[in-house]
Design a protein around this ligand. Structure first.
Ligand SMILES: [Zn+2]
Length: 129
């Protein structure tokens, strides 16, 4: 599955497509910079997804808050169950370094994708004083 195919599939899911970046998320991303966001993504993937049996699996990713949480839900990388269903990554085994890198790359691509697409929607709000 290419990145664009994955985006198209995610966009068809009512649940996944609910996750969008707001003007606030965008401001936060601009403030801290993409390199920092990537470090957050790497930390979350390593701590919340990479173990063979992550703590609280299925409930480890809050539904709101940090934009990376939205990326994880929006990308179907919120828990190992969703990763198995959507990404064919089997549960019960730790993620390899390569699998973690792939997840991080996709989550960063998701953030790029939403920054581009959600901005058009929130653009009118951005102009308000
Ligand atoms: Zn999940």
């Amino acid at each position: 599955m290419t990145k664009d195919e994955a985006f198209a599939r995610l966009a068809k899911s009512k649940f996944r497509s609910r996750f969008r970046l707001t003007a606030e998320d965008r401001a936060y991303i601009d403030r801290v910079g993409l390199a920092t966001i990537r470090r957050h993504v790497e930390d979350f993937v390593r701590q919340k997804l990479a173990p063979a049996v992550p703590e609280n699996d299925g409930r480890q990713t809050p539904m709101r808050g940090h934009p990376v949480f939205k990326a994880m839900h929006g990308s179907a990388m919120c828990c190992r169950g969703c990763m198995e269903k959507w990404w064919k990554v089997p549960r019960g085994r730790p993620l390899s370094a390569a699998q973690q890198r792939k997840a991080v790359d996709f989550l960063m691509a998701w953030i790029d994708w939403r920054v581009e697409n959600d901005l058009a929607v929130s653009g009118s709000r951005d102009r308000e004083p």
